[in-house]
Write a protein that binds this ligand. Structure first.
Ligand code: NA7
Length: 548
């Protein structure tokens, strides 16, 4: 292993810091990777753009930002002491509490000392003569390491629309993922929110009670379902703490790492009354049950999904006073659950309030943003604030924003220009000793993410341990491994409902050149199957990799 001091002295350019491993990002993946490398005795340095830990839970500080997974299924599972020490306040934790939790983790496991904050890595290049990665930050910091691990997040590269005149707006304006740290007072203000994905839905339902007037600009509606959040009572807290092993065991067995598992009956094997009774029950329960806990085939075929889609459409109709408005909020081009389902609290009821208007961008597209507001062909509306809840350049987006160069000057961006090519969504040929946690083609992106983060990190740490123990220098996938994994990803995608509609899950972002076509960015075969592939690979001594 590298002794940073000795190596720094040995290198010709002693301004280059030397480590065993560099981690990009100090979100939940990066933090756990730092901890595992520390535990393994490696010297590690993480570079993080933000001024604090948390990644997603650092940047997304908009009102209403919270988990859609049950809090106790989302936190780290690796430390029993941490599990017993931390009290989740709500069944679905809000961002401020989650950020506090992640800061506690950073302090408790002493990882902050190994993080360079306010540092964006702009380039990473593999030096074939040394078998080491050289990174450089925006601020000109240079560092070299044997291993480079990315924890950049699948939804961190936020995207703005390309409307004419956006810079001319004189009011306050920002993307939800760059919400100001200081409190903004919306009392008496006119606010516009553009975008109605999971983020837009969360911010709209809070903003309606904060602003004097709210105008929602919706391009396509999403199917939303109730979150049914609540405070965790003392008794529930005790029960949760006593049942963590069962909670995590359950998550391990389900397709997406959630605590909800499908009803193994076919929707066609039950009477319409039994069918609707299950939908009613799930609609009244907490979290994603209505999405992933329904009849198993509702997530498999359009025919099976139809009754659930009709059920939800009727729920929406029942919650909105104006029937014409309700129809605008009901998706007509895809079935329930074929995109990421936003969970909500009184979202539909918000549209019954006098201080809320919906602008349907399919009828009246935005022509330009003016100094005072937003102009469509129906006229100009004036605002004090414009909030962009317009999503992210998915999965490869954050990696593409770094200039990553492997062997023979091959750029990762170029290699993946027609779609990612990976082995297990963790490595790519030509990029030795380089690992992408929650990367493209990885099951973690379609998962209750921390559950899959822990699997990714532990697997990478084991492989690095194997390298160190056997004094090995480089690891990269064999071309045939990459080929067969990529085929496996495509095959799983072909039958996945998520790949049949446009959303970030199918790789679409209308604001990013080159992301207008659906592409297979995620492994849709499920977390258990993915884990099995990874375990098989390590079980056969990493036979799918070239290691030297
Ligand atoms: P999403 O789910 O990608 O949603 C983005 C929203 O912004 C969606 O309603 C888009 O409409 C809308 N959008 C994007 N670009 C534009 C432009 N140019 N004009 C108008 N509207 C636009 O991102 P979220 O942040 O809500 O959620 C991301 C994930 O984070 C979520 O799934 C959770 O897992 C956490 P569209 O549907 O494309 O018509």
């Amino acid at each position: 292993m590298t002794d940073p001091k000795q190596d720094a002295a040995a290198t010709a350019d002693n301004t280059i810091q030397q480590y065993d491993a560099i981690v990009i990002g100090a979100g939940m993946a990066g933090m756990y990777q730092i901890y595992k490398f520390q535990e393994a005795g490696l010297s590690v340095r993480a570079f993080e753009t933000g001024s604090g830990v948390g990644g997603t839970w650092y940047w997304n500080r908009y009102p209403g930002c919270k988990f859609d997974s049950e809090s106790y299924s989302y936190g780290y599972s690796f430390s029993e002491e941490l599990l017993q020490e931390w009290n989740w306040k709500e069944h679905f934790s809000r961002q401020p509490d989650t950020e506090r939790y992640l800061n506690l983790v950073a302090d408790k496991f002493d990882i902050r000392k190994n993080i360079e904050f306010n540092s964006r890595i702009k380039s990473a290049k593999f030096d074939e003569s040394q078998n080491r990665w050289l990174i450089e930050t925006d601020a000109g910091i240079k560092a070299s390491a044997k291993y480079l691990v990315t924890g950049v997040g699948p939804l961190s590269a936020h995207t703005m629309p390309n409307y004419k005149g956006m810079d001319n707006f004189k009011g306050g304006s920002w993307h939800t993922a760059r919400w100001p740290k200081e409190k903004v007072d919306f009392t008496g203000k006119r606010v516009a929110v553009i975008g109605t994905g999971a983020t837009g839905v969360q911010v709209i339902q809070e903003m309606v009670n904060m602003a004097e007037h709210l105008t929602v600009y919706q391009r396509n509606p999403n199917w939303c379902a109730p979150l049914n959040n609540g405070l965790i009572t003392d008794q529930e807290q005790t029960d949760i703490k006593a049942s963590y092993p069962e909670i995590f065991d359950k998550c391990k067995q389900t397709h997406g790492g959630f605590i909800h598992s499908p009803d193994m009956r076919s929707v066609f094997d039950v009477t319409p009354e039994e069918r609707d009774a299950l939908y009613e029950k799930l609609y009244a329960e907490k979290g994603f049950g209505i999405w992933v806990g329904s009849f198993y085939d509702t997530q498999m075929t359009e025919e099976a999904n139809q009754s659930r889609t009709d059920f939800i459409a009727n729920k929406i109709r029942g919650r909105i006073n104006d029937p014409a408005l309700a129809e605008k909020l009901i998706p007509k081009d895809h079935g329930f659950g074929t995109k990421r389902v936003p969970l909500e609290t009184n979202y539909y009821e918000a549209y019954n309030q006098d201080n809320v208007d919906l602008v349907d961008l399919r009828e009246t597209p935005i022509e330009e943003v003016t100094a005072k507001g937003i102009k469509t062909k129906a006229g100009e509306l004036e605002f004090d604030y414009i909030i962009y809840a317009t999503g992210f350049d998915p999965v490869t987006g954050a990696l593409n924003r770094i200039d990553i160069t492997g062997r023979n000057d091959l750029k990762l961006k170029d290699k993946w220009s027609d779609g990612p090519l990976t082995y297990l969504g963790l490595q790519s040929v030509g990029f030795p000793n380089f690992f992408t946690l929650v990367g493209p083609h990885n099951a973690a992106t379609l998962c209750n993410i921390p559950r899959c983060i822990e699997q990714n990190v532990e697997w990478v740490t084991d492989l690095v341990g194997h390298m160190e123990k056997n004094d090995l220098k480089v690891v990269e996938p064999k071309p045939e491994s990459e080929k067969s994994w990529t085929e496996e990803v495509l095959a799983a995608g072909e039958v996945s409902p998520f790949m049949k509609v446009n959303s970030w899950l199918s790789g679409i972002n209308s604001n990013v050149p080159g992301k207008q076509e659906r592409s297979f960015q995620v492994y849709a075969g499920g977390a258990p199957k993915y884990r099995e592939y990874c375990d098989t690979e390590s079980g056969k001594n990493y036979d799918g990799f070239s290691i030297s």
